[in-house]
Design a protein around this ligand. Structure first.
Ligand code: F6R
Length: 606
């Protein structure tokens, strides 16, 4: 996730407006930034790695003359955070500048084609193909809008772009596919940005672009055209009643809720992860004599899910280990044949880094999954995959958990194909279901939000509760427990449902709340037995199960039915109502869900 913005003003300079907009968008990415304006027929570009204020103190981003400009704050996905990889990117002639938010799937083939036609690339980004493509059409005599239209027709993947060209300094051309883009209409000027947060200071009149829209924005008007047909369309002007704070959170009261609702898009981005990185990790996983999955907190719960995926789909046994226990438990037995897959959204968790550092000196192979390019994990690991989830501001991990699961599923799928130990049919079925996941999560959010919000009123009064699941849902139970406990501060217990009768069941008395995670998988029939055990002791049964599972519904005091999916993917769907429950229970209890007490987003101490 990156933030883009642009502004064109009848009279005066846009530098200050762009700078302020960038600051508002900083939450979308902050590893590098840049601004470009047109002045006296020339393109001026200032960009660098670092946070916006740091760059400003080095380059003075306010010292940029020109009444038209675009700007970008970056969260790296292709190419490390550096000056050359920072946006805006320009063409060979230095007259076209582009800022982009999204991931282009076919940039490699486009880049090869463009290089064969003598275009010179400076960066390692996917974005740079866009200015070079536009340059080609401009050279053929097309106007800027037409050139952008033609270029967009060649792009596959997600994008929101803003383009300026010295040959037509009276307009900014925008285009959108799956990444957000808004036009702001103000007096004497028009603006654009990835979200309304960057515009609200100047105007509350906005136009939300839709997928497949291209827009031509001048200082006193705008026009929208469909990219596929070239036909103009009308889009309504919306008057926002948002405060500045609400706008930064996309209209949600907290970042956590925004991040929960961002998940369908985040999962779509995860599906676009470059295959060559997945292939590389798969190669290492396949080679290991033993494979450890190392992580902390929520990322450990993701590893637990991963271990079921690797085993069931790729027939690879892996050992999920809590990072702070790894050295004590396995340190002395690891060696050159050991592969360690470290999973850390921040890439900076001290327990994880210490373990992999230790393992590295014993010649183990370290590979990683992380959300932060340039983090320590990316520097230590032999190979890594980026989650593409964008920065997560809420302290509790939500969208980064589900995107970790998506990456693990993609790896398990590749490994399954490579090892060929399960049938082609099974592997294809898994792949089809994986593609449906963003849509299922979208549906789940719709189904769950209201009933869960109501339930939170009751849950907020509990003094303790159980979360139980069997098989892969044991990991979902652990994650549900962690979310609810860390945000509402209610002590909770999570256990494999089958194990609960070996001790924890003694806690249960009349009315004690027990949550079951009950997808329609192989573990279901035994789970019913565990529900009966709890009911027999007077427990109040709350179940999240499959839509249409009347048997479990009848056994429950509260039931939420979710869309069915592949059993190995059920945690991605089933965790969603528990994320919502954690959020709403914290609100009910009067706590700030974005900043739970005693916790930090990245734990850099042992
Ligand atoms: C819980 C949470 C933490 C993190 C843990 C590991 O909601 O966010 O438990 O999952 O601190 O962090 P990363 O993944 O950055 O290593």
């Amino acid at each position: 996730m990156c933030g883009i913005t642009g502004c064109i003003i009848g009279q005066g300079n846009v530098a200050k407006i762009l700078f302020n907009s960038l600051k508002r968008l900083e939450y979308r990415g902050y590893d590098s930034a840049g601004v470009s304006t047109i002045y006296q027929g020339k393109l001026i570009v200032k960009k660098d790695a670092g946070k916006i204020d740091e760059i400003h103190s080095r380059l003075d981003l306010l010292d940029l003359p020109g009444n038209i400009g675009i700007a970008h704050t970056r969260w790296a996905t292709h190419g490390a955070p550096s000056q050359v990889n920072a946006h805006p990117h320009t063409d060979c002639t230095g007259s076209i500048a582009v800022v982009h938010n999204g991931v282009l799937e076919n940039f490699m083939e486009l880049k090869q084609e463009l290089e064969a036609r003598k275009h010179v690339f400076r960066s390692k980004t996917d974005t740079e193909v866009i200015p070079h493509l536009i340059e080609e059409y401009v050279k053929m005599g097309r106007g800027l809008a037409e050139a952008v239209l033609e270029a967009c027709r060649k792009l596959r993947g997600s994008y929101a772009i803003a383009v300026i060209f010295t040959g037509e300094p009276d307009k900014i051309v925008l285009a959108r596919n799956e990444s957000p883009l808004v036009i702001g209409l103000a007096k004497g000027m028009n603006l654009t940005a990835s979200d309304a947060a960057a515009l609200i200071e100047h105007t509350n009149k906005v136009v939300f672009l839709e997928n497949g829209d291209m827009a031509i924005v001048t200082s006193n008007g705008f026009k929208i055209i469909r990219i596929d047909t070239g036909v103009p369309v009308e889009r309504k002007i919306t008057e926002l009643s948002w405060t500045l704070e609400m706008a930064t959170k996309g209209g949600y009261p907290h970042y956590m809720l925004k991040e929960i609702f961002d998940q369908p898009n985040v999962l779509r981005e995860a599906l676009r992860i470059q295959e060559r990185y997945l292939d590389l990790l798969t190669e290492f996983l396949d080679r290991g004599r033993e494979v450890f999955l190392i992580a902390s907190g929520t990322s450990y719960n993701a590893c637990l899910v991963g271990s079921y995926m690797f085993s069931k789909l790729a027939r690879l046994s892996t050992y999920p280990v809590i990072a702070s226990e790894f050295i004590e438990n396995y340190g002395s037995s690891i060696g050159v044949d050991t592969v360690i897959l470290a999973v850390s959204q921040s890439g900076e968790t001290a327990d994880v880094l210490t373990s992999i550092d230790y393992a590295r000196y014993r010649a183990a192979t370290i590979i990683g999954i992380t959300n932060v390019l340039g983090s320590t994990l990316t520097r230590i690991a032999r190979a890594y995959v980026l989650q593409n989830a964008g920065p997560e501001i809420g302290v509790a991990a939500t969208k980064t958990f589900t995107s970790q699961l998506m990456v693990l599923a993609l790896l398990a799928l590749r490994l399954a194909r490579k090892r060929g130990k399960v049938s082609q049919y099974e592997v294809d079925e898994f792949q089809d279901e994986l593609r449906r996941i963003p849509e299922l999560v979208e549906k789940t959010l719709k189904i769950s939000n209201d009933p869960v919000k109501n339930l939170a009123r009751e849950v907020a009064r509990f003094s303790s509760m159980f979360f139980l699941g069997r098989g892969i849902s044991n990991a979902t139970a652990l994650e549900a427990r962690l979310k609810i406990m860390e945000l509402s501060y209610i002590p909770c217990i999570a256990y494999p449902a089958g194990e609960s009768k070996h001790g924890p069941i003694s806690v249960v008395e009349d009315g004690y709340p027990v949550f079951f995670i009950a997808p329609n998988d192989d573990a279901r029939k035994h789970l019913i037995g565990n529900i009966m055990e709890m009911k027999a002791r007077g427990a109040k049964i709350f179940c999240v199960g499959a839509e249409g599972d009347e048997e479990i519904k009848q056994l429950s005091d509260w039931y939420l039915g979710l869309p069915s999916t592949h059993p190995l993917l059920s945690p991605i769907v089933y965790v969603v109502p528990f994320q919502l429950l954690a959020y709403y229970a914290a609100i009910e209890r009067g706590y700030d869900p974005d900043k739970p007490r005693n916790l930090a987003k990245s734990v850099t101490v042992l």
